[in-house]
Design a protein around this ligand. Structure first.
Ligand code: COA
Length: 334
């Protein structure tokens, strides 16, 4: 435990995380998010990401908690991620203690930060929403989770294309048009900075949520999005009414080792959502980005969930693996 202690409170000492803490962090992360944890994959990147703080809490030298904050919105907002407390310390307020320290630490480093933002799962089937004190809910999206072996993606894509063809009533032999791939940086910038985009595609709470990270569509955040190596699809090249992207699939602990494939969608048109889903699957397969077991999470406007659930059904190799769930987008002042 080299490095330097940056503070203490309530019996905990606080430290800036380093790469050498990886094994300790993994040891408090077993079973988190039902095996969907992104931190084993992202930890190394977090160590060097600009404007990110990763804070560890230790009791008597032993790691008990972690929280991270990424400064976004041109220095005005901190996006909280990665919060976790070791199982033996849960239910004793440790999450509150480390967050209070991290808030203060971040405000010292970045005095312009005024707002704290967070996303969180809500499982309506598990009972009433658990709210977080002092946070305001700005938006929510539905989550559709499906699972399959990468080898079955080819058959699944044909299944989706056939269904799309029949639901849109296209002429036999005439394929449904592909979504537009937005690759040019300037083109993407024009789309994202269009002041009408948030209302046209109904951005939840006015934010682009990229794999749980909520960012306002403003110039200073474009570089953060560019770091993520996203693949963007739009229903039309100019002034799209439907926009979506996928994050390159990454390894997660699920079932002893799987890939997580996240697709974020913005817009309310069901046919566009179907075309986008098929398009993203085609891209990852074409680029050979998937192998083994793949857990796919599609985040989308709530009105699309039922139609998309039905769209994905009927192919044995790829099946739904979770009941309807929601992603909550929360914010509070610092
Ligand atoms: C969720 C988790 C971090 C809660 O930790 P905990 O120390 O047991 O939480 P406690 O209920 O004892 O602490 C309560 C405090 O933590 C805050 N808190 C609890 N869960 C929180 C969450 N998911 N996000 C932000 N703050 C949370 C509460 O608001 C409260 O703050 P306060 O003291 O300022 O009022 C812990 O159960 C855990 O590690 N779970 C697995 C990982 C996970 O689900 N992380 C959450 C991602 S959103």
């Amino acid at each position: 435990m080299a490095g330097s202690c940056v503070g203490e409170s309530d019996g905990l000492t606080f430290w800036v995380a380093e790469q050498k803490d990886y094994d300790d962090v993994m040891s408090i992360s077993v079973q988190i998010y039902g095996g969907n944890d992104y931190l084993p994959h992202r930890y190394a990147g977090w160590m060097t990401e600009p404007d990110r703080a990763v804070i560890l809490g230790r009791r008597d030298g032993k790691l008990v908690a972690l929280v991270s904050g990424l400064i976004v919105d041109e220095g005005c907002t901190v996006v909280v991620e990665g919060l976790r407390v070791c199982p033996s310390e849960r239910g004793r307020g440790v999450a509150g203690v480390i967050q209070r320290f991290a808030d203060q630490y971040i405000q010292q480093l970045y005095p312009s930060v005024r707002t704290k933002r967070q996303t969180k799962v809500d499982e309506p089937s598990a009972g009433p929403t658990q709210t977080l004190s002092k946070f305001t809910e700005l938006g929510r999206r539905a989550g559709l989770s499906i699972i399959g072996e990468a080898d079955s993606f080819e058959g699944f894509i044909s299944h989706l294309r056939n269904k799309l063809h029949s639901t849109t009533g296209s002429e036999p032999g005439v394929s449904v048009p592909q979504m537009f791939l937005i690759e040019d940086e300037q083109h993407l910038k024009n789309i994202l900075l269009d002041p009408e985009l948030p209302s046209r595609v109904e951005l939840p709470g006015g934010a682009i949520i990229q794999d749980w990270q909520a960012l306002q569509p403003i110039e200073g955040n474009l570089e953060i999005l560019a770091r993520r190596n996203l693949t963007w699809l739009a229903d039309k090249p100019e002034r799209p009414a439907f926009l979506s992207f996928y994050t390159p699939p990454y390894p997660i602990p699920y079932k002893g080792g799987s890939l997580r494939f996240n697709i974020d969608m913005f817009g309310t048109d069901l046919v566009s959502a179907k075309r986008a889903l098929a398009g993203h699957f085609e891209k990852v397969r074409e680029r050979r980005e998937v192998k083994g077991k793949v857990l796919v999470h599609v985040y989308l406007n709530k009105s699309l969930w039922e139609g998309m659930r039905e769209f994905c059904e009927g192919y044995t190799g790829v099946t739904r693996c979770r009941e309807y769930w929601e992603q909550l987008f929360l914010e509070r002042g610092m």
